[in-house]
Design a protein around this ligand. Structure first.
Ligand code: NDP
Ligand code: BG6
Length: 513
């Protein structure tokens, strides 16, 4: 069975090999799902997790029998949690519809338990409350760790010892950051694995849940026209670009510990790169896909300091409005060298991609918000129409752009003749604009990922060897940046970022798209 949103509603699929379940239990209605959002009072829970759970409920993607628990230290009543959740719920699916009834039904399934993150007793109390809802049923439990990383292990210890399911599965979604470098990430993995198996850990990278990132493999592997071109023979360079038109607002304290390379490049952009560059997996099975991703990451050369440019935004006055600099944030030290912008050139040392620069650019407080993949193709050898281009030939190569956000779309820039008696060439876009083609709203990444975790689908979650390979690529350059105290190039809030990014690209004959 499929709901209108494509989610499976056969809850037999909720079970998997790690479970202690018997055949007769695996029928709809006999199992129950408890989702505990740890850190329920926080920003991410409010902004993303509860709204995504509501959207799944609205779409009929949650099991018939489910409850949602918020867990945090703040002393809230069930009603206060419900008020907090309802303040951010919208009828995302269809703005014209009135969701009030559905919201009420959803909120009635939401409960709150206040406790410390390192208290086994508090988790034992949570366990009692969960059991009250689960009585007589097969109990599957999903924990979402929406908390700062320094308390991940405490929570996992207490939850696994005192509040694991006794007859169903227990899974834990872990939010980034997964450490700050190879060492701390390895340590985190080791600690988590004292209490959980790898199959129980769902490391989330929400970029993998974005529609256009999911579509990347479809584009590559189900269209004959792209895959043959997908190599150094035809592709000149690949650009992975992330920009935000706002600063670290409210998250300066966290951000200053990490910086943009760890916040965006080592995870979101690198994950996209791996999907873009991997070989064809044996199947769509999670392990086959993740193994191909690991292979490509392990074929990459670690980032060199000479291939990185870092920047930091400074305050700026524009149109009578003052935009604060990064260090104006009271939670950021005055002399912080943490980069809020970075550009990097990376290379894959394999037969398919040898010599092709993969350029990444990520920044906060830039002139625009967006995320895209730009693929620039090589020149047409011996181009017959060299003379007929209005611009120079360098600007006339084909380009494929996959716009992840906003305004999702895919377009291929081609050369064509301008209609008329003359022979003048122009550049045009073959354009798939999602909002024109698909009027239905695209689900938020967190919806897809939560649903996958519920269904035990691991394809879009990061495996531990993948994480190790990702850190190995960035750790040496990150260490050097910090040890050498490299001063980031300042750029005004709302600008295009440091000019150094252009020098880096031109070193590899690339022009940012
Ligand atoms: P918050 O800082 O809002 O923390 C969540 C909750 O954890 C708080 O409400 C608080 O609850 C508790 N908490 C906060 N600081 C501490 C502390 N030092 N010790 C113990 N408990 C603490 O985090 P976010 O909601 O912003 O993010 C949650 C996780 O998701 C983090 O790992 C973050 O890196 C990650 N993330 C966040 C994103 C976002 O947009 N916010 C985006 C991507 C990832 P209480 O005091 O009630 O116990
Ligand atoms: C998070 C980063 O992982 O992704 C944030 O920690 C960033 O700094 C966010 O703002 C961007 O996500 P999205 O989905 O809004 O592009």
């Amino acid at each position: 069975l499929e709901s209108s949103n494509g989610c499976a509603t056969n809850f037999a699929s909720l079970q998997d090999s790690e479970d202690h379940l018997t055949e007769e239990h695996v029928t709809k209605g006999e199992s129950t799902l408890s989702i505990t959002v740890v850190g329920a009072s926080g920003d991410l829970a409010k902004k993303k997790i509860f709204p995504a759970l509501f959207a799944l409920f609205y779409e009929g993607c949650l099991p018939q029998d489910f409850s949602v628990f918020g867990y945090a230290r703040s002393k809230l009543t069930h009603e206060e949690l419900r008020d907090m959740i309802s303040s951010t719920l919208t009828c995302r699916i269809d703005q014209r519809e009135n969701c009030a009834d559905k919201m009420d039904q959803f909120l009635k399934r939401c409960f709150y338990h206040s406790g410390q993150y390192n208290s086994e007793e508090d988790f034992a109390e949570l366990n009692t409350k969960l059991k009250e809802k689960e009585v007589g049923k097969l109990a599957n439990r999903l924990y979402y760790l929406s908390i700062p990383p320094n308390i991940f292990v405490d929570v996992v210890r207490c939850a696994s010892l005192r509040a694991s399911s006794e007859n169903g599965w227990t899974r834990v979604i872990v939010e980034k950051p997964f450490g700050r470098d190879s060492e701390s990430s390895g340590e985190l993995t080791r600690c988590l694995k004292q209490y959980l198996t790898e199959e129980q850990i769902f490391r989330i990278d929400h970029y993998l849940g974005k529609e256009l990132v999911e579509n990347l493999s479809v584009l590559r592997f189900s269209n004959l026209v792209f895959e043959p071109l997908w190599s150094r023979n035809y592709i000149r360079n690949v650009q992975l670009i992330f920009s935000e038109d706002f600063g670290t607002e409210g998250r300066g304290g966290y951000f200053d510990q990490y910086g943009i390379i760890r916040d965006i490049m080592q995870n979101h952009l690198l994950q996209i790169l791996a999907l873009f560059a991997m070989e064809t997996p044996v199947s769509l099975d999670a392990e086959d896909i993740r193994s191909e991703k690991v292979k490509v990451l392990r074929s990459m050369k670690p980032l060199l300091l000479e291939n990185v440019v870092v920047g930091q935004y400074k305050g700026h006055n524009k149109g009578g409005k003052t935009y604060p600099g990064y260090t104006d944030d009271p939670t950021v030290p005055n002399h912080s060298l943490t980069p809020t912008f970075a550009a990097a050139a990376m290379f894959i040392n394999n037969a398919r991609w040898d010599g092709v620069p993969f350029l990444m650019k990520a920044g906060k407080a830039l002139h625009t918000r967006g995320a895209e993949i730009r693929v620039q193709f090589r020149h047409v050898p011996g181009n017959l129409y060299k003379k007929n281009f209005a611009t120079n030939l360098d600007n006339a190569t084909n380009e494929l752009v996959i716009r992840v956000q906003p305004d999702e779309g895919i377009y291929l820039r081609i050369n064509n003749k301008v209609p008329g008696l003359g022979m003048r060439l122009d550049r045009s876009d073959l354009n798939l604009l999602y909002r024109s083609r698909y009027p239905r709203e695209i689900p938020d990444a967190y919806e897809r990922l939560l649903l996958d975790a519920i269904e035990g689908e691991r394809r879009l979650f990061i495996r531990s060897d993948e994480l190790d390979a990702a850190w190995d690529l960035f750790t040496p350059a990150l260490k050097e940046l910090e040890e050498k105290k490299i001063i980031p190039e300042l750029y005004p809030y709302g600008s295009r970022g440091p000019v150094g990014a252009h020098y880096l690209a031109s070193k590899y004959n690339v022009r940012w798209g």
